[in-house]
Design a binder for this molecule. Structure first.
Ligand code: GLA
Length: 708
């Protein structure tokens, strides 16, 4: 097979070379261990991938306590890596020694799969390491499967998806994403120090505080240049990514399900499958790393049935009406939204149970008859008559203590007896690890989707887990909730998507609190942040797009920002919201006719460039972290069009003028720039740049370029 070479280097010693367009990745079975020997730029000859011994080992016998370069270190012998696997066998033995058995290679469309079969030397435990090679994107997607082929249960104490090993460089820069509610995805870049850096989550879901993404770059890598090793974990529950630089300058990254408070009972005949961990290498900087992930997400991760459908323009009244929704106020907004060109009207929180504030009603998924005396039908019909589809908000994994659901099923929430139970946003977390809770969610969702013409679900999740007790769990399984909750959510999504293939899903968690490649398999898009301030969003967007495609990013145009009181021109708000999937969340019933007209024009413009903004290749030309002017570029998949957005936060000492150098154009092709008499070549636009002059505060421009 083209992308995997298998070479027997000597008796009982084997080399596998995995190659993509630009990347090489190699490991050996050296009669003891499966050891990585290379990850980086592709090399010309197979022999290039084999390590060469040092003429002598300066540490000789004292050369202990180094980390091994193992692909999947199991814990239990004289090595001290972050283990990918730590188990306890039925007889109490806690050491696992893996021996090589076999390797198989298969081909499935664009993906080549290498499976390495390992088995414990003594106990009936099998491990399969799976490497899916995405040659076009320079990515490898790894996961592991652990199978108990014996008759006795095995306890898993730690199980990660993969360990990755990087070559030696003088210095590495670690980029990670961390943030908070209203300030998600802030990019952090530091020189990788000795020791372990941990990107982790222990609160039940992906979270704001960190995101399961890493990038390690050699020295001074830039947006458009330099070596970057990067990866993202496809899991929406507790995870950890451990980045270690040891005293021997060995750099490794291990990641998967968090071992914190985790145990898994693997019964006879059972298999545990880890989440996918995708990683890649590029010599062309952070931008290329992001584009590789974006392309992979578009082609292989986002729900397949709708992957190529342009995403509709949404209106959502949350910031206008909050819990005070009614047939009248929703209809009124819907009429104006339809006139502007909005395509999907979403009713947010407040439509069900006694949900008049966030203190009650969550869990009671029946229509509030005070607000909608004849149910949802009149509103949905009106929205449909206006030419729009209808969408609705739900938060299925949660319950208010003041709800019929909680009164009927107090045992359905995570809790410990004899301990107080904390609320977060006045709510408890339902134990979605339980099959009966999963069934309850499925039932009410079937009710909602089966009986109403609903084409969009905003699925929210608004608190962290605490007091995670599951007292009546099957024996030895109470700590499996950390994984079973997330798997339960995924299973519900799978069943709903199968039953309603035309319904779009948006993953929300108090804003961008559940955004990762795991949930991305089930939800078309993410609500990026509850903070709709377009200036703040420039920063959130920069971090978001490091790992996630613009197609998955939803942002609304709103009124004066409620967090900080700032106001912006309509253009500035629209230009920001257009960089992905456009939505509206403003009180349009109070807008002037001039603003309504202007918005209609901007929405028409968006429809015209939507394919480019949603499916195009994305370039971060200038970072908002570096100067008052930031700029971004989107290139249509066919190359026929490019759209550049420029944002100036503040001009000083007169106007701000610069040339924004474009990227990704065909050098010898000519491009007609909006408003120019004569086109320039791609090369001229990339070398000389687009001349920009702006003055004032919070000024933006959207510039279109058409291939001649
Ligand atoms: C969360 C979401 C908001 C909104 C509210 C409703 O905060 O992020 O967009 O849906 O819940 O309660």
């Amino acid at each position: 097979m083209r992308f995997v070479q298998f070479i027997e280097t000597s008796q009982n010693e084997y080399l596998w070379v995995l190659e993509t367009q630009n990347m090489g990745y190699a490991f050996v079975w050296n009669a003891h261990r499966l050891e990585n020997v290379y990850w980086g730029a592709k090399l010309p000859y197979p022999a290039d991938y084999l390590p060469r011994e040092l003429p002598f080992d300066p540490l000789g016998n004292w050369n202990f306590a180094r980390n091994t370069h193992e692909e999947f270190p199991a814990w239990g012998d004289y090595k001290f890596n972050e283990p990918c696997l730590k188990v306890r066998f039925g007889d109490g033995v806690r050491a696992c020694l893996l021996d090589y058995r076999d390797a198989t290679i298969s081909e499935n469309g664009a993906v080549t799969r290498l499976t390495i079969h390992l088995q414990d030397e003594h106990y009936p435990l099998r491990v399969r390491l799976i490497y899916d090679i995405y040659a076009d994107y320079d990515l490898i997607v790894r996961r592991a499967e652990i199978e108990n082929v014996g008759g006795e249960a095995v306890e898993i104490e730690q199980i990660l998806s993969a360990a990755w090993h990087l070559p030696q460089r003088d210095a590495y820069q670690l980029t990670s994403l961390s943030g908070k509610w209203g300030g998600e995805f802030q990019l952090q870049r530091v020189e990788l120090p000795r020791g372990k850096q941990i990107i982790e989550r222990r609160r039940g879901s992906t979270g704001f505080d960190s995101n399961p993404f890493f990038a390690l770059a050699d020295g001074l890598a830039q947006e458009d240049d330099g070596e970057v090793w990067f990866g993202a974990l496809a899991f929406s529950g507790n995870y950890k990514i451990v980045i270690e630089r040891d005293a021997f300058e060995h750099i490794n990254v291990s990641g998967g399900i968090h071992d914190f408070d985790f145990r898994w009972r693997l019964d006879a005949g059972e298999t545990f499958v880890t989440p996918n961990f995708v990683a890649g290498y590029t010599a062309a900087g952070y931008g290329a790393a992001s584009r590789a992930l974006h392309a992979y997400e578009l082609e292989h991760v986002v729900p397949r049935a709708t992957a190529r459908q342009p995403r509709p323009i949404v209106y959502n009244s949350w910031y206008v009406t909050e819990f005070d929704v009614s047939l009248e106020n929703q209809e009124k907004a819907a009429e104006l939204a339809a006139k502007m060109g909005v395509e999907l009207f979403v009713m947010d929180d407040g439509w069900f149970g006694q949900r008049n504030t966030d203190r009650a009603g969550l869990g009671d998924w029946y229509v509030n008859r005070d607000k909608f005396p004849s149910g949802l039908a009149p509103l949905i019909n009106r929205v449909n008559e206006l030419g729009m589809e209808f969408g609705i908000w739900v938060e299925p994994e949660m319950v208010n203590p003041d709800s019929d659901l909680y009164r009927a099923h107090p045992d359905w929430v995570y809790h410990f007896p004899n301990r107080p139970l904390s609320t977060g946003r006045n709510q408890y977390v339902l134990n979605v690890a339980r099959p009966d809770v999963q069934q309850f969610i499925l039932d009410f969702m079937h009710d909602l989707l089966g009986n109403n013409n609903i084409k969009f679900i905003k699925w929210d999740m608004n608190r962290h887990f605490s007091e995670p007790g599951w007292m009546d769990a099957p024996e030895g399984r109470d700590r499996e909730l950390w994984v079973r909750h997330t798997r339960g959510v995924y299973a519900i999504f799978r069943q709903l998507r199968e039953a309603y293939p035309n319904v779009l899903f948006e993953s929300c968690s108090g804003g961008g609190g559940r955004i990762d490649l795991g949930i991305m398999q089930y939800a078309e898009q993410f609500w990026m942040s509850d903070n709709t301030d377009p200036y703040d969003d420039l920063f959130i967007q920069e971090g978001f797009t490091l790992a996630h495609a613009p197609l998955t990013r939803m942002m609304w145009v709103t009124d004066t920002n409620w967090l900080n009181g700032r106001s912006y021109s309509l253009e500035f708000r629209f230009h920001l919201a257009m960089m992905g999937v456009l939505g509206m969340g403003a009180d349009i019933t109070r807008w002037s006719q001039a603003d309504l007209d202007k918005a209609a024009e901007l929405i028409a413009l968006y429809k015209d460039i939507r394919e480019t903004m949603q499916f195009g290749a994305f370039y971060r030309l200038r970072s908002p972290r570096e100067s008052a002017l930031s700029a971004f570029e989107f290139i249509h998949p066919s190359g026929r069009e490019a759209v550049v957005t420029v944002f100036l936060s503040q001009s000083q000492f007169g106007y701000f003028s610069t040339n924004v150098r474009l990227a990704g154009l065909e050098p010898n092709t000519r491009y007609q720039v909006d408003g120019w008499d004569e086109p320039w070549s791609g090369q001229a636009l990339m070398q000389r740049g687009l001349p920009i002059a702006l003055k004032g505060a919070f000024i933006s421009k959207l510039i279109r370029l058409a291939r001649v």
